[in-house]
Design a protein around this ligand. Structure first.
Ligand code: 2AM
Length: 472
């Protein structure tokens, strides 16, 4: 008989298997269960000598766990999570902990948290980022749930998480759905980062750079301020050749992007709170438009515009695109942080934004050098209203803005779509415009709906109405 297991994991698809192997390799004894028992058997058989115990019956699986029991679910988000929770609940006892490590919608997590709390059980919605390799070697983990669960889970999560400068990429995010919420924002930001990189690629391509030349540009960028996993894999992806044709693989890939929903969830949440996330919005919409391939092909012969052909000094263009990418990325993170802060205030989650940025430095898809700077900015000024106003980022934006404008202007003139670059620049310009044309907007509202307006020459809070001429 094995010693009681430190943790049990339900759901042996790729992410589940890799997390289990990660835990076992750190010396934890892990019980595993999968709905289809053959999967459990094959997995255990494929990894002899590891700290693994496979079970066909859920009650045996639960009995094998040390108390308080910790059961981590890595099943498909949605109904499967509720189904497995329903089967587990009668087998658990007060104080036991159920962890959902899938990509669940945070509102589902809030509901499950309340449901299990009413039964005396503890529920942890934990965002896990890093894909297959991250799960095996060290993901970033964003656990929510009751404070008391953190003491129990901390030794395991800290042992399996990625590490940056010796610090594990995991921390307790906050109560209820806070962990899954922060994972959702991570994914929204990831959408923005990816689209911005694609726009940079699109411009360099229009300037006539070959894929190999572009690969070299991204490799070089990865040595500097833009250093990040996504820039790194972009360089590698561009350099990859198709074995059959010898052509760059990217040139053979159909330009229709998929999405699983976390980007859209981010937009819905932002809309609910009236927070601007225009870069992420542009990124999600770019995927939507990309998926309408047949319509685009038809429109390409009917709607006119220039045929992109960017001439001039290539090295200068590469430098300008670098600046546009960096500045836009800063805007995107500023928006994402603003959204998290707003939600934190609304929910009373007390999210530590600097701490969140610090755990995103490793393991996850958006891992990047510049996240250190966000952590520094947040700790230097905990009341920081917008990341763009932190001294470090303000300086980058101020020195990049001329190139950024040149790039967006060039793209517009050449007919190269750059929705995320231009949305980011528009946000930047709106934020730095002390007097926006909303005075006229207020006039319009007062004109047709007597909505009233405040005046610049009177104290705030005093409302005025003009008797406008009648329009028939
Ligand atoms: P399976 O191997 O039996 O299909 C990803 O789909 C993981 O979630 C798999 O391990 C899968 O188990 C599991 N899963 C999906 N739906 C499930 C359900 N309703 N109950 C239990 N496990 C489920």
């Amino acid at each position: 008989m094995n010693r009681p297991s430190d943790i049990g994991l339900v759901g042996l698809a790729v992410m589940g298997q890799n997390l289990v192997l990660n835990m076992a390799s750190r010396g934890f004894q892990v019980s595993v269960f999968n709905r289809t028992p053959e999967v459990t058997d094959a997995f255990v058989a494929a990894h002899p000598g590891q700290h693994l115990a496979g079970f066909h019956a859920l009650d045996d699986f639960v009995r094998s766990l040390a108390r308080p029991r910790k059961v981590m679910l890595m099943v498909k988000a949605g109904a499967a999570v509720d189904a497995v929770i329903g089967q587990l609940v009668p087998l658990l006892e007060a104080g036991d902990i159920v962890i959902d490590g899938g990509n669940s919608l945070y509102t589902d997590t809030e509901r499950r948290d309340a449901q299990l709390a009413a039964l005396g059980l503890r529920f942890v919605g934990a965002g896990v980022s890093g894909g297959e390799e991250g799960a095996r070697k060290g993901p970033a983990i964003m656990p929510g749930g009751p404070d008391s669960t953190w003491d129990e889970l901390r030794p395991i999560f800290e042992a399996i998480a990625a590490r940056v400068d010796g610090a594990p990429c995991v921390r307790h995010i906050g109560p209820g759905g806070a962990g899954h919420y922060v994972k959702m924002i991570h994914n929204g930001i990831e959408y923005g980062d990816m689209q911005l990189i694609c726009e940079a690629y699109s411009l360099l391509k229009a300037a006539g750079l070959s894929t190999d030349e572009m690969a070299a540009v991204f490799d070089r960028w990865n040595e500097g301020e833009l250093q990040s996993y996504l820039i790194q894999i972009t360089g590698r992806a561009l350099a990859q050749k198709d074995p059959q044709t010898g052509l760059p693989v990217v040139d053979l890939i159909l330009d229709k992007a998929g999405q699983k929903g976390t980007g859209q969830w981010t937009l819905v949440n932002a809309a609910e709170q009236a927070v601007v996330v225009s870069t992420i919005n542009a990124a999600v919409e770019a995927r939507v438009l990309s998926s309408q391939k047949a319509l685009r092909v038809a429109a390409s012969t009917q709607l006119q515009g220039p045929l992109p052909a960017i001439g001039g000094d290539r090295a200068a263009l590469v430098a300008q695109v670098h600046d546009a990418l960096y500045a836009s990325k800063i805007v995107s993170y500023a928006q994402g942080l603003t959204l998290m802060r707003s939600m934190s205030d609304r929910q009373g989650w007390a999210l530590d934004l600097g701490g969140i940025a610090s755990i995103w430095r490793g393991g996850c898809i958006i891992r990047a050098r510049f996240l250190n700077r966000i952590t520094e900015a947040c700790s230097a000024d905990p009341g920081l209203q917008n990341l763009m106003l932190a001294p470090f980022f303000r300086e980058v934006l101020n020195r990049s803005q001329a190139s950024w404008r040149a790039v967006v202007a060039l793209a517009v003139t050449q007919g190269v779509p750059v929705p995320a670059f231009s949305a980011s620049l528009a946000y930047y310009d709106s934020l730095r415009t002390a007097r926006l044309p909303a005075n006229l907007l207020q006039a319009q509202r007062d004109f047709f709906g007597a909505h009233t307006y405040e005046r610049i020459d009177r104290p705030a809070g005093e409302w005025f109405h003009t008797v406008w001429p009648e329009v028939i």
